[in-house]
Design a protein around this ligand. Structure first.
Ligand SMILES: Cc1ncc(COP(=O)(O)OP(=O)(O)O)c(N)n1
Ligand SMILES: Cc1nc(C(=O)O)sc1CCOP(=O)(O)O
Ligand SMILES: [Mg+2]
Length: 208
């Protein structure tokens, strides 16, 4: 997959007075190079409309577009890939459906990371590193020690996620992460472009 560093995920509850596309375009202008549509509340039609708009936006800017949970929608809008959870369909089944599109999968322990790598995931999510209020059914924080384990052993790209803010990202980078995902800190910011640039400034001197 194309290299990435700063992963931004949609979360409209953090910008109730601003349009999804406007906020995500600012994230891209600020330097987010992979965007995920994550939406737990919209019906299928609405989700499809958002996915189409984000596909158009990400194509325009040449950034990677991932859909969370909904493989059918990812295929319908020709997204670059999908993101799976541990309780979603297996990597093997997903691979049959999406062919050579990107498959990312969440992991919360080194055994899950090893399995994801062995089963052909293109990247893994590593988290939640810190406590997060963005995801409701989330497991306990895995802490930076899990980031350290993954950095030492796993060879496919990994992205640290969960409670990562500008004021604690240095700790995550020091543990070996070279890619981070921040949700509320980016899309809930009054200055989305500046926030992304600030993450990138911190990521900039890390080798991916
Ligand atoms: C990059 C990234 N990492 C982890 C997740 C979490 O995905 P999942 O476990 O499927 O949980 P939901 O996001 O569906 O609540 C993610 N979306 N993206
Ligand atoms: C969607 C998601 N997945 C996680 C995981 O650990 O798998 S943590 C998370 C939410 C991250 O949001 P914020 O940056 O606002 O804490
Ligand atoms: Mg999911």
């Amino acid at each position: 997959m194309k290299e990435f560093r700063l992963y931004a995920i949609t979360a409209e509850q953090f910008h109730p007075n601003r349009e999804l596309i406007e906020v995500m375009e600012e994230a891209i202008i600020g330097g987010a190079d992979i965007i995920q549509l994550r939406d737990k509340t919209s019906g299928r039609e609405e989700l499809l409309r958002k996915a189409q708009a984000l596909r158009e936006l990400t194509r325009k800017h040449g950034v990677t577009f991932i859909v969370n949970d909904h493989i059918d929608i990812a295929l319908e809008v020709d997204a670059d890939g999908i993101h799976l959870g541990q309780n979603d369909l297996s990597l093997e089944e997903a691979r049959k459906l999406v062919g050579n599109k990107i498959i990312g999968i969440s992991t919360h322990a080194i055994e899950e990371a090893r399995l994801a790598e062995a089963q052909g995931a293109d990247y893994i999510g590593v988290g939640p590193v810190f406590r997060t209020a963005t995801k409701v059914d989330v497991v306990d924080p895995v802490s930076v020690s899990y980031v350290r384990e993954v950095a030492a052993e796993i060879r496919i790209p990994f992205v640290a996620i969960g409670g990562i803010k500008l004021n604690n990202v240095d700790e995550v980078l020091a543990a070996g992460a070279t890619r981070v995902c921040a949700v509320s800190e980016i899309v809930g910011s009054d200055d989305v472009i500046g926030t992304c640039r600030a993450y990138l400034a911190k990521l900039g001197n890390k080798e991916a």
